[in-house]
Ligand binder design. Structure first.
Ligand code: KG4
Ligand code: ZN
Length: 331
């Protein structure tokens, strides 16, 4: 008997639905919310409202493009945490209603675990154990994955996430939200060694990024008018270079400490071309096997929720209807 899972992701500002059959992703639809651009960040109330508008068409699109009837779905999965509570509630309530109406099991999924397991979607996937650097708008973690449902955070940021470092410095450079993809774009045309920004000395496998935006802010305050416009590409390249350096040094330390040489990246920032190149180059140099999810599975998506739910289904890890979404969650 095959296992068909319908998964929903709504933790922040993307509404997404995916159909997965026997661990293979058949469809993955994502509705991006552009309404936040002019506010320089995600406005939670607007995000919840947009999820309410998007969820039915997105689920319909995922089902019809997979030629899947609701009656053939074996379980409904949703993102339980972490995320914006109003956004999570929309996906959670929708999934629970479907589960109740169809009398099919419900599977609650941890968003950050799903980012890690996005690396299991491709045919060329890592074996266990592997390490994963998960870099998103809200998190920066190094995870040791011993099995699909045995994931341990062995390092994380003590303040800002890597995605925040991109977005906040982009804002200082006058770029709209989210600035990460724009820094990536302009960095391709700039000199990464033109400007030097301080790298923090943080113990163990932990990270800190809050000092970087302050360092960029103080540096920009000392410059004359027109400096940013005349140096945008070099500024973006230098900021990106600093962030990637901080990330790669800790990832190398994690490999040395654990001896695990299968190394993945995940999360929105893993879409960054500089980070993708750095992982491949560092991997080649040190004999690591490296893995990077396809672009559509780096930023928030329901396919990663579906693949995680598939493993939970196999392990019979179902949730009851009274499971609530939570803004924060332990692993
Ligand atoms: O994983 P994600 O889609 O959402 C969260 O769970 O937070 O990550 C969003 C983050 C944002 O900070 C965004 O600027 C960053 O990922 N991002 C990038 C790139 N694409 C998305 N950062 C740098 N370069 C990119 N190409
Ligand atoms: Zn995410």
């Amino acid at each position: 008997m095959s296992i068909t899972i319908l998964a929903i992701e709504s933790s922040c500002d993307e509404t997404s639905a995916s159909v997965c059959v026997d661990g293979k992703i058949i469809s993955n639809f994502i509705a991006n919310q552009t309404v936040h651009e002019k506010y320089g960040g995600v406005v939670p109330e607007l995000a919840s409202r947009a999820h309410i508008q998007n969820i039915v068409p997105v689920v319909d699109a995922a089902l019809s493009s997979a030629s899947c009837q609701l009656s053939s779905v074996d379980a409904i999965a949703f993102t339980q945490a972490p995320g914006l509570i109003g956004s999570l509630l929309v996906g959670a309530q929708f999934a629970k209603s479907l589960s109740l109406a169809l009398d099919k099991p419900l599977i609650a999924v941890h968003h950050m675990q799903a980012h890690v397991l996005a690396n299991l979607i491709a045919d060329d996937k890592p074996d266990f154990p592997f390490l994963c650097l998960t870099v998103s708008g809200g998190h920066t973690q190094i995870v040791l994955a011993k099995a699909p449902l045995d994931l341990k955070v062995i390092g994380e940021t003590i303040d800002d996430a890597a995605g925040e470092a991109f977005d906040k410095t982009a804002k200082l450079l006058g770029l709209p939200y989210p600035g990460g993809p724009l820094i990536d774009k302009y960095a391709k045309l700039g000199d990464p060694l033109k400007f030097k920004f301080a790298e923090p000395q943080i113990p163990e496998l932990n990270f800190s990024f809050s000092g970087l935006k302050t360092s960029v802010l103080y540096f920009l305050q000392k410059q004359e008018e027109g400096f940013i416009q005349n140096n945008l590409n070099d500024l973006c390249a230098s900021v990106q270079y600093t962030i990637i350096n901080i990330l790669m040094k800790k990832l190398k330390k994690a490999v040395d400490q654990t001896g695990v040489k299968q190394v993945c990246i995940a999360g929105g920032v893993s879409a960054n071309s500089g980070l993708r190149n750095a992982l491949q180059q560092t991997g080649k140099k040190h004999g690591w096997q490296t893995f990077i999810p396809a672009f559509e599975y780096c930023t928030d998506n329901a396919a990663m929720i579906a693949i995680t739910a598939y493993h939970k289904f196999l392990a019979k890890e179902f949730s009851s209807l009274d499971v609530g979404p939570t803004a924060r969650a332990e692993w």
